[in-house]
Design a protein around this ligand. Structure first.
Ligand code: FES
Length: 70
């Protein structure tokens, strides 16, 4: 499911960024580009970051390797 339509970033990609170490909206935005267009998705990105769930992620947009220990 797309969270950021401007940059075509999915919830799974955001969660992958979190698994790769992103802990804030700014870090998720920097790594995934979510929220760097119109900014309309930032509230949703923040909800995902605050929720912290880590299920079902891929690593396509982060540029960081995922650790299975996280
Ligand atoms: S919908 Fe995410 S920046 Fe526009």
């Amino acid at each position: 499911m797309f969270v950021c339509m401007c940059m075509a970033v999915t919830e799974s990609e955001i969660r992958a960024c979190m698994r790769a170490g992103a802990r804030t909206v700014a870090e998720v935005s920097e790594r995934s580009l979510a929220g760097t267009g119109c900014g309309g998705c930032l509230e949703t990105v923040e909800l995902i970051v605050q929720g912290g769930g880590l299920g079902g992620a891929t690593s396509a947009v982060c540029g960081y390797s995922l650790s299975s220990s996280v």
